[in-house]
Write a protein that binds this ligand. Structure first.
Ligand code: FES
Length: 123
C-alpha cells in the first residue's frame, strides 16, 4: 500500500512528472474496473438468489414443468354447453378444473377459482 500512496501523493504534488500522472491514472482506472467487477458480481449473485427464492412461489407448482410454457387450446365447437377451466394450476385434469382449488383456498387463504365458459342460453 505504501507503493500506491507514494504514487498518489507524488502525482498530486506540483512537481509530479507525466509518468507519475500516467501511473496514478492507471491505478484509478484499475480501481474503477475492480469496483465495477465487484458490483456486477454482487448484483448477479443477488439476482440469482432472488431467482432461487421465487422458485417456491411459482404459480404453477408442477404441471408440465418440462415445457418452457404451458399453452392449451380448445375449439369453441368442442365446448358443448360449458367447460370449466382451471386457474389455480393445481388440477389433476389441467387445463380443466377438478375442484382442487377449494383445497388450495382452505389451506392458504387464497381465493382462486375456475374460468367457466359456456354458451348463451337461447330464448
Ligand atoms: S382446480 Fe384449479 S381452478 Fe379449480
Amino acid at each position: 500500500m505504501d507503493f500506491v500512496s507514494n504514487i498518489v501523493s507524488r502525482s498530486l504534488s506540483s512537481d509530479a512528472s507525466g509518468r507519475d500522472w500516467a501511473c496514478a491514472a492507471s491505478l484509478g482506472v484499475a480501481a474503477l474496473g475492480i469496483s465495477y467487477f465487484i458490483v456486477a458480481k454482487v448484483s448477479e449473485f443477488g439476482f440469482l438468489c432472488a431467482k432461487k427464492k421465487s422458485k417456491g412461489n411459482w404459480v404453477n407448482p408442477e404441471i408440465r414443468k418440462e415445457d418452457s410454457k404451458v399453452v392449451d387450446s380448445c375449439d369453441i365447437e368442442d365446448i358443448g354447453e360449458k367447460k370449466v377451466f382451471c386457474r389455480c394450476w393445481r388440477s389433476a385434469l389441467f387445463p380443466y378444473c377438478d375442484g382442487t382449488h377449494n383445497k388450495h383456498n382452505l389451506e392458504t387463504g387464497d381465493n382462486v377459482g375456475p374460468l367457466i365458459v359456456g354458451r348463451k342460453k337461447s330464448n
